[in-house]
Design a protein around this ligand. Structure first.
Ligand code: NAD
Ligand code: ZN
Ligand code: ZN
Length: 338
């Protein structure tokens, strides 16, 4: 089978011929239909979290269960399931038992610590594979498997209430869906901030009330404060510390900054401002199986419509290059039927 793997020097990706994986107890073999390319795949390919040469990438995988290992009771052949970054937890630690399973210290992550979904066949741990509901387009479901659930969860973490203001810094693959969940599911007003006008135009199309181009506006936080009175929450999915620093200055007193993007940098945080204004800064990592089930449901209802472009697997190296240079609108999704 064909697979997209991290190249031997951990500088990028290559498409290789790979053996079809064997399944063990509790596992299922999935014939992959679609797998989106997330900026996290680019971080993994570049060794930003540690080098994993030869690893099959991908954690926005969607496919059909073709074979069941012994002991599987939660899936049946023919089910459509997801292959997500949260691939498996231990099931019994303090995080797994308190609704915070993505923080499990023994977690397995698809496309990083175990092989992921960018291959014609992939293995899932049956109890951790979330089923895709009827009525949700499978290519769109691929985007919800990471970009969607991550931003849905991040907005939850912000504590946003209907009618409040949410800012989204970085409206690329994740941010475009953040705008949609904030607007259509949480009923908030939304400010979209980016440094690429094409991303902002698309954010406006999917519901942003206010768009701000960080290249054109001199003082982005001051502009947002003036227009909104300060946001109640900010989701930062930009891959730049500039955006994280601006985010802190964009919230009103009592506001929450939810860090989602993963630039390998440090952000600045004024201690006095954090204390006197009671600002919370929290990290948010993908979402639990339950969060993904909910995020899928809003997609199936048509409230959230991921913007996807289907591409063949052989174009994967080009897609990664396009992502690095900010040339993608929404998500590019590998379509294994092309
Ligand atoms: P993307 O490349 O599609 O989008 C990033 C966007 O940020 C682009 O539109 C870019 O123009 C914009 N940007 C860059 N600098 C900016 C600035 N200074 N101000 C405003 N916008 C700016 O990437 P993506 O797939 O959306 O992923 C975004 C980040 O989120 C990556 O670091 C990725 O690894 C991370 N991520 C985190 C989680 C999580 O669970 N926390 C999950 C998925 C992805
Ligand atoms: Zn991702
Ligand atoms: Zn655990």
């Amino acid at each position: 089978m064909k697979a997209v793997v991290v190249n031997p020097n951990s500088t990028g990706v290559e498409v290789v011929e790979h053996d079809i994986p064997e399944i063990g107890y509790g596992e299922a073999l999935v014939k992959v239909e679609y797998c989106g390319v997330c900026h996290t795949d680019l971080h993994v390919a570049h060794g930003d979290f540690g080098q994993v040469p030869g690893r099959i990438l991908g954690h926005e995988g969607i496919g059909i269960v073709e074979k069941l290992g012994e002991g599987v009771t939660s899936l049946k052949i023919g089910d459509r399931v997801s292959i997500a970054w949260f691939f498996e937890g231990c099931g019994h630690c303090e995080y797994c038992t308190t609704g915070r399973e993505t923080l499990c210290r023994s977690v397995k992550n698809a496309g990083y610590s175990v092989d992921g979904g960018m291959s014609e066949y992939a293995v899932v741990t049956a109890e951790y594979a979330v089923k895709v509901p009827e009525g949700l387009d499978p290519a769109q479901a691929s985007s919800i498997t990471c970009a969607g659930v991550t931003t849905y969860k991040a907005i939850k973490e912000s504590g946003a209430a209907p009618g409040q203001w949410i800012a989204v810094y970085g409206v690329g693959g994740l941010g475009n869906l953040a705008v949609q969940y904030a607007k259509k599911v949480f009923n908030t007003h939304v400010v979209a901030v980016d440094i690429n006008q094409d991303k902002l135009d698309l954010a406006k199309e999917v519901g942003a009330d206010l768009i701000v181009n960080g290249h054109d506006i001199k003082d982005v936080p001051a502009y947002i404060q003036e227009k909104t009175g300060g946001c109640h929450g900010v989701v930062v999915s930009a891959v730049s510390k500039v955006a994280f620093n601006q985010a802190v200055d964009s919230v009103r007193a009592g506001g929450t900054v939810v860090a989602v993007g993963l630039p390998s940098e440090y952000m600045e945080l004024s201690i006095v401002k954090a204390v006197l204004d009671g600002i919370r800064v929290v990290g948010s990592l993908v979402g639990t199986r339950k969060d993904l089930e909910e995020a899928f449901a809003f997609g199936a209802q048509g409230l959230v419509v991921p913007v996807v472009e289907k591409v063949p697997i052989d174009s994967a190296p080009q897609v990664f290059e396009d992502m690095e240079h900010g040339r993608i609108q929404g998500r590019k999704v590998i379509d294994f039927s092309l």
